[in-house]
Design a protein. Structure first.
Length: 396
């Protein structure tokens, strides 16, 4: 089965910044990208082998493929399209029998996500893989610490509120064309509830979920190649004025955390983790302070959904959960409409991680660990070639 896409040599050449026929890069990378055609002047069509497309696990390969076939910009399938075949309207150089469109592409606007391409093809053949990484404090209806503490009286209600916001993100991701969704709970609720706060019976059936032993230890999905991360239920970093239940990693221990001098909270940790494997963070939900923190870090292209306005550490003006979930679902769909809206985030290489603790005990415990330097009574520093190596040195 093939997906046929009309393309324009001039527009494609502009996209690639190259010279000569735009079909040449397609042909050079054909075997890896599932392109099964040769460019010719009579038939400006790229054929993509639908059977081969799911093998493209690396996000970089998928992004390259999108650069090579920008012809779907603004197009829509006919109702009687054959399976695996796409014809789009108003192609400026349309061959006989094809109704193609590259008007937008020639003007410089190209499709930026796999959904744009594959929502017009059976089974979303490219396979959009989405990682939902979640925390509990940024959920609508949750404002007090004991709502997030395993075994506390209001914890069970908090778990349900938490799970339903995850379900909203899953629905939005599915609507945007995600074919594989893995949820990773990153809330340390204490005891057997740590990273295990989701209610399995309530989870949307179209996702899978991870229970991990240590925070940030699960990286398999990222290592296999992940197209986007959605951060749901985020809270602001330690010391962030109005941020509800603001803290970084541990409210009892951490005061300031910096990656190569950049002050970060847990959104920054997740962005760096995902960025290690070239996965961009495209969505942040939580209170308005956490959302602004995310945009400051990764850029204005980030989609945010503020489900409450922080008024202080234990108070907020909130959107009711039912409406908050509708906003999250729409936000996930919007975020995944452009997989290139935000670049994968990296603090740089080599990377120095500096942690300023609230007390001396944490530093005392780390002072003999190889690679950890004690800067002063309450501060340690770790430097490695990559963020991930530096993080593993002191955190695990």
């Amino acid at each position: 089965m093939f997906l046929l896409l009309p393309f324009d040599p001039v527009g494609l050449a502009r996209t690639l910044g190259g010279h000569g026929r735009a079909g040449e890069p397609v042909l050079e990378r054909g075997s890896q990208l599932g392109v099964a055609t040769q460019a010719d002047d009579e038939r400006d069509v790229v054929e993509l082998d639908v059977e081969a497309l799911p093998k493209l696990r690396e996000p970089a390969e998928k992004r390259e493929l999108l650069r090579l076939v920008p012809a779907v910009a603004g197009g829509a399938p006919r109702g009687d399209d054959e399976p695996g075949r796409l014809e789009v309207a108003e192609h400026p150089r349309r061959p006989a029998g094809l109704r193609g469109s590259l008007a937008d592409g020639v003007g410089g606007h190209f499709p930026t996500n796999l959904t744009t391409v594959m929502s017009r093809c059976p089974a979303y053949a490219l396979g959009v893989r989405v990682h939902i990484i979640s925390d509990m404090e940024g959920v609508s209806g949750i404002v007090r610490g004991r709502q997030t503490l395993g075994g506390a009286p209001m914890y069970d209600e908090g778990r349900e509120l938490y799970t339903e916001e995850i379900n909203a993100a899953v629905r939005g991701a599915k609507a945007a064309g995600a074919t594989e969704i893995v949820v990773m709970d990153c809330h340390g609720a204490g005891g057997e509830w740590s990273f295990n706060s989701l209610v399995p019976d309530l989870l949307h059936p179209d996702c899978e979920f991870v229970v991990q032993e240590d925070w940030t230890e699960y990286t398999a999905f990222l290592e296999e190649g992940c197209d986007a991360a959605l951060l749901v239920g985020m809270h602001a970093m330690a010391g962030a004025g109005r941020g509800g239940m603001n803290h970084t990693v541990s409210g009892q221990d951490y005061y300031n955390l910096r990656f190569n001098g950049t002050l970060v909270g847990e959104t920054g940790i997740h962005a760096a983790l995902c960025g290690t494997w070239e996965c961009p963070v495209l969505l942040v939900t939580g209170d308005d302070v956490a959302c602004e923190e995310g945009k400051t870090l990764v850029g204005g292209g980030l989609t945010t959904v503020a489900v409450k306005k922080g008024l202080g550490a234990t108070s907020a003006r909130q959107i009711p959960p039912v409406r908050a979930r509708e906003l999250i679902e729409a936000g996930a769909r919007t975020a995944l409409s452009d997989l290139k809206a935000v670049d994968p985030w990296s603090p740089g290489s080599p990377c120095e991680i500096t942690v300023e603790f609230k007390h001396t005990l944490a530093v005392d415990k780390l002072r003999f660990r190889p690679g950890v330097e004690r800067v002063d009574d309450r501060t340690i520093s770790v430097t490695a070639e990559t963020w991930w190596e530096a993080w593993k040195t002191f955190y695990f």
